[in-house]
Design a binder for this molecule. Sequence first.
Ligand code: NAP
Length: 435
Amino acid sequence: MRHIAIIGSGPAGYYSAEAAQRKFGDDVAVDIIDRLPVPFGLIRTGVAPDHQSIKAVSRRYEKTNLGDNVRFVGNVTVGQDITVSELQDLYDAVVLATGAPHDRELDIPGSDLPGVIGSAAFVGWYNGHPDFRDLDPPLDARSVAIIGNGNVALDVARILAKTEDEFVGSDIVGHALDALKSSKVEKITFLGRRGPHQIAMTPKELGELALLERARPVVEAEDFPDSGDDAMLEPGMRKSVTHLRNFQIAAADARHKPIEIIFDFFAMPVEVQGEGKVERLMVERTELDQNLRSIGTGERYALDCQMVISCIGYRTPPIEGVPYEHGRGRFANSDGRILPGLYCVGWAKRGPSGTIGTNKPDGFAVVDKIEEDIGASSRKAGRPGLDALLAERGVEAVTFRDWKKIEEAEIARARDGSPREKFTDIAEMIAARKT
Ligand code: NAP
């Protein structure tokens, strides 16, 4: 029997478990350990609540978990309840699938002012992550600056702009829906340090902006290169740029929509200013160098805003004793192998890029590496060893069956039209498994 511990129950963790199941059949026991009592990581607390079709992939992970050889071990914090090196003693392979839950730092003066929020916190707040339930973003802001031109920036703008009716069918948590209902937001500005041809927004997600009930995307024609230049773009990017150009064509018809979502391209935030809270963002105009990097032109202007949400990417928190690449915010690894017996997958391996599906080949590749490195069977203690250690330390793990009870309780308390009302407090989650 091979023993594998996977730390993190998001997509990368579950695809790795599925791959191990397929490769080793009954000859493997996989424990997926998560610090939360609920599984699925980014699917539950990262993917936007109005993107239920993406969230539906959790059904596939559930199937993986129904096999006897894969076990969910929730409510166990690696680094606190048990260390990575203890896990290495117990298992033949330890796979870090810890994602990239921390914001890349917005390193400009004033970024510590109240009202400057990272996307991990904001997304976690509207998705009911226990760490961010008390965020209380200043939704009395009339003008919000969103830094970054990626899909997370799009999610954040869309959630800020939607009406209550547009959240029907979503699982946005009640505290966020209530707060958003009384939001005063009239103007949302995306600040992109480069131009329309350099956005990181994918077409389907960008196209949704044109369909919002009360918000309209606004672009400036002079920011665009000649339309003929679009032919050089790869097809997905070309579609995204076509959406941007169409926003301009449709602008006159959308004028009745009260909320503006403005694309400010070639705009680099340089300082957040305000007396005790955000009042404005100082921005420097940029241009592109030969390598398409943004460089400041020296021209500066102020954008009045009362909230700044930075959506500039994420990083994986380091774990003591595990080699780490600080510049890239991920574990130092060669194709997922940190060292024989210790591996990483997903954002912890690659950095925060790609779609949910990108994690699938990662999972399969890491299991190939594990097969190369470990023999067919081992004398490691595996599951019983973990259970004994947790019992000794008084740590009460949450099982997949417990999770199904928590899920049932979340479904039972859902508001009309919503698939679930998530528990946002760990104690509440744990209590719900006993109902
Ligand atoms: P991202 O795609 O890497 O976009 C980050 C954006 O921030 C880029 O526009 C980048 O500009 C900008 N940026 C980085 N550092 C900056 C700085 N210091 N100042 C100003 N701007 C800065 O990251 P993301 O939006 O967080 O998304 C992470 C991953 O999740 C992506 O792969 C994304 O596609 C995926 N995702 C997918 C969905 C979906 O499919 N529905 C939803 C959400 C997220 P430069 O290009 O100039 O660096």
